[in-house]
Design a binder for this molecule. Structure first.
Ligand SMILES: NC(=O)c1ccc[n+]([C@@H]2O[C@H](COP(=O)([O-])OP(=O)(O)OC[C@H]3O[C@@H](n4cnc5c(N)ncnc54)[C@H](O)[C@@H]3O)[C@@H](O)[C@H]2O)c1
Length: 288
């Protein structure tokens, strides 16, 4: 995407300056001022908004997202908000004619998602959900292999996700209402998105969740078996299971209190490039 005028950086408003906005800020800085210019940073917490504005060399910060949506120079908004605010913010942004990058999941319910899509289609803006895992080198390679037929015809894929265990007691993420479900809906949707990207639409899903109320109301560990309408055999399932090893989150390194940092991830080997082709060691990355 380039700026509406076709030249100069895209002028952006960042709404929500909490945890994930740090990663967005890194990405925006990496793009550089010739591609992305952050005009306003917004958070209910003025300290967070000010900090992000300073980091991003933004023109100003605010605690009122209407200032972002009403700003005549802002072309696109980057929404890094709790899930219960996605629909309200995205609809307001679309109605104001702003292009939208929104954090996953798009919404808590199908009804909210439909309302967002209606607003976006009516105003003709672009909408992208930040399913970042599609851009990881391992996952892109898996897509190439699948498309090339390297494992034949896949039939069944299993994914699981274990939500961050070290949430403060008052975190919105603990609330099923604010989160829109449990671990599968919250961050497990990354895995479901990969499955749809790799394999196409699914025929049926069996999902389960483990529930530890002191951790998350909606279930903190979830999994699903996705059956594809194609049919296949057990051997192919096993091979696809190997592919998902890049995603595998074993239970052994996790306990009620958290994830042992030294066991979170094994560093990428030199043969296994990470995001953007660079080797990565994600051992210090918070797992969500
Ligand atoms: N892609 C990933 O791997 C990944 C990782 C973490 C979070 N996320 C997603 O990012 C989004 C935000 O999660 P987070 O972990 O950053 O949450 P967070 O709670 O750390 O940050 C949310 C921020 O929004 C602010 N906020 C709340 N209401 C607001 C309002 N009305 N106006 C302006 N600011 C407001 C809060 O003050 C807070 O700073 C969620 O959709 C989450 O699922 C994605």
């Amino acid at each position: 995407m380039s700026s509406e005028s076709g030249s100069g950086p895209v002028r952006i408003g960042l709404v929500g300056c909490g945890g994930i906005s740090r990663a967005h800020a890194r990405g925006l800085r990496a793009l550089g001022p010739e591609w992305a210019k952050v005009v306003l940073c917004c958070d209910l917490d003025p300290d967070r908004a000010r900090l992000r504005a300073e980091e991003l060399d933004a023109e100003a910060f605010t605690t009122d997202w209407d200032e972002v949506f009403d700003h005549p120079e802002i072309e696109a908004v980057d929404l890094c908000l709790p899930h219960h605010l996605h629909a309200e913010a995205a609809i307001a942004a679309a109605q104001a004619g702003k292009h939208i990058l929104i954090e996953k999941p798009l919404a808590r319910t199908l009804e909210e998602a439909d309302r967002i899509l209606n607003a976006v289609q009516r105003s003709g803006v672009l909408l992208m959900v930040a399913f970042v895992e599609r851009f990881e080198a391992d996952h892109q390679r898996a897509k190439e292999l699948l498309d090339a037929g390297a494992i034949g015809r896949p039939m069944l894929v299993r994914v699981d996700h274990n939500q961050n265990l070290l949430l403060p007691p008052d975190s919105w993420i603990r609330s099923a209402e604010l989160l829109g479900g449990g671990a599968l809906a919250s961050a497990g949707c990354h895995r479901l998105d990969l499955l749809r990207w790799w394999l196409g639409e699914v025929d049926s899903v069996f999902a389960w969740t483990l529930h530890e109320p002191s951790r998350m109301e909606g279930g903190d560990r979830s999994g699903s078996d996705v059956a594809l309408p194609l049919g296949g055999d057990r051997e192919l399932c096993d091979q696809l299971d190997v592919l998902r090893s890049t995603l595998a989150q074993t239970l052994l390194d996790r306990g009620h209190q958290g994830i042992a940092p030294q066991l979170r991830r094994t560093p990428a080997s030199p043969e296994r490039p990470g995001r953007n082709g660079t080797n990565r060691d994600r051992s210090a990355r918070p797992v969500r």
